[in-house]
Design a protein around this ligand. Structure first.
Ligand SMILES: C[S@@+](CC[C@H](N)C(=O)[O-])C[C@H]1O[C@@H](n2cnc3c(N)ncnc32)[C@H](O)[C@@H]1O
Length: 430
């Protein structure tokens, strides 16, 4: 019996109402209760199930040793998993931290309302969970699954999960709990279409970084509530150089979310340790458009991303460049002439050598840009053709740095000093 029904609205792609009209809570509770009763009847006196006590460091929270997952559907196994998850859920719901959890969950939509525009809904319309782990062998995964069910119940939202580690039977257990198991690895790059709660329990920084990258714009990120490893703890514990190089979205995101730690939900601190609910806060609204685009830099060496592009593209080659239309002249010097051009509707700057004597100098310029790669404060290389020679870079409408003084002078006075300081900091930072 699947409880999920498809619907055409993107936000209500799956509504949690079953054929008999029961809402998910009631239906699920009913089903779990039935399963548990069946399990108790079927398993009484059978050694091997529920009896292997694990007196580990967890003070009896998880009394069971790992249960190897069968390769094919196995009702007894499924019932055992249901029971263990249900027990984990009861532990959380009777824990010291549960009241606080409820209060925090209640505050999510209220806080979102304060920052979203009137046409954006503050209702969580979907839950996406990555990296739950294997339910069969991990007590932690079962507790986290129990929290996922609590979140599902609280928000009454369709829930999707993915973990490459799931066994076939793990997937069946989750499907039976009305959780849709994705069969495609999104690598965390889900783009939101409505307010979405992401649950990434103890997931790697790459997955978190990908998620932020995929939604890195002023209209999508405010729709993302993320329950996972605390961004501020990551920023505190990982060297800034590594963050800037590999996880720059986490680095820039940490002050744009309000963090509410998950505390005292279980006795063991290996289940929800270092995890927080990250709620988008008003600071996100105060970022200028340059902030969103500047941070998006950083493709792998040999590729670029600019403007409205959503994925990195390899540097354009002689062949690509040959087909570009050349627009107006935007600058020139002793070595090169620079024109506007456009590739896939993205404006770029194309520079031609204008004096053969300086060819070596021109080629050296390309070599340096290739070595530097994508950096926030250096113009990005988009393509080149050494035979021509010609080089393609980002187009910046404010033009050369020689214009800086005039631009700063002409900018709104209230920000003038701040701009000047920021320019100095940017210069030193690089
Ligand atoms: C550190 S483990 C956390 C497991 C469990 N949640 C816990 O706290 O013990 C990270 C999990 O992320 C999963 N994972 C790795 N790549 C993933 C991806 N692209 N999408 C979803 N999950 C992924 C791994 O299989 C693993 O189960």
């Amino acid at each position: 019996m699947r409880l999920i029904q498809r619907s055409s609205s993107p936000c209500l792609r799956e509504s949690h109402v079953n054929c008999s009209g029961l809402k998910i809570n009631e239906a699920l509770r009913h089903k779990l209760h039935l399963h548990l009763r069946l399990a108790q009847t079927a398993l009484v006196g059978k050694p091997g199930y529920f009896t292997a006590l694990h007196q580990g460091e967890c003070g009896g929270i998880d009394r069971y040793s790992p249960l190897p997952a069968p390769r094919t559907k196995n009702t007894t196994y499924t019932l055992t998993m249901f029971r263990r998850i249900q027990e984990a859920r009861e532990v959380i719901q009777t824990s010291e931290g549960h009241v606080n959890l409820n209060r925090n969950l209640n505050s999510i939509e209220r806080e979102l309302k304060a920052i979203l525009t009137p046409h954006q809904s503050d209702k969580i319309c979907g839950i996406v969970c990555y990296g739950l782990g294997q339910l069969s062998c991990s007590r932690i995964a079962r507790y986290q699954c129990a929290l996922l069910l609590i979140l599902q119940d609280h928000f009454q939202a369709p829930t999707e999960v993915y973990d490459p580690a799931f066994s076939v039977v793990d997937a069946e257990v989750l499907e039976d709990l009305s959780i849709n198991v994705l069969n495609r690895n999104e690598e965390g790059k889900r783009r939101v279409v409505g307010t979405t709660l992401f649950f990434l329990p103890h997931c790697g920084k790459e997955l978190n970084n990908n998620l932020l990258w995929a939604n890195w714009n002023a209209s999508s990120l405010p729709l993302c509530v993320i329950v996972g490893n605390s961004f501020s703890a990551i920023v505190q514990n990982v060297p800034t150089r590594i963050l800037k190089e590999h996880y720059r979205f986490i680095y820039h995101a940490q002050d744009m979310f309000r963090e509410l730690p998950l505390t005292a939900l279980v006795d063991c601190d290996d289940v929800f340790n270092d995890m927080s609910i990250h709620i988008p806060c008003h600071r996100m609204l105060h970022k200028c458009s340059e902030f969103w685009s500047v941070c998006s830099y950083g493709c792998n060496h040999g590729s670029f991303i600019v403007g409205t592009m959503t994925e990195c593209h390899p540097w354009l080659t002689c062949d690509d460049i040959r087909h570009l239309d050349i627009g107006e002249l935007i600058g020139f010097g002793a070595v090169k002439h620079v024109y506007q051009t456009s590739w896939q509707s993205i404006t770029m700057a194309i520079a031609f050598l204008n004096n053969k004597e300086y060819k070596e100098d021109f080629l050296y310029g390309i070599k340096i840009l290739k070595q530097i790669g994508s950096r926030r404060h250096v113009i990005q290389l988009l393509g080149f053709c050494e035979e021509a020679p010609v080089v393609l870079t980002e187009y910046h409408p404010l033009g050369s740095s020689l214009n800086v003084e005039k631009i700063v002078r002409d900018t709104d006075n209230t920000h003038n000093l701040r701009h000047r300081f920021q320019l100095c900091i940017d210069y030193v930072e690089y």
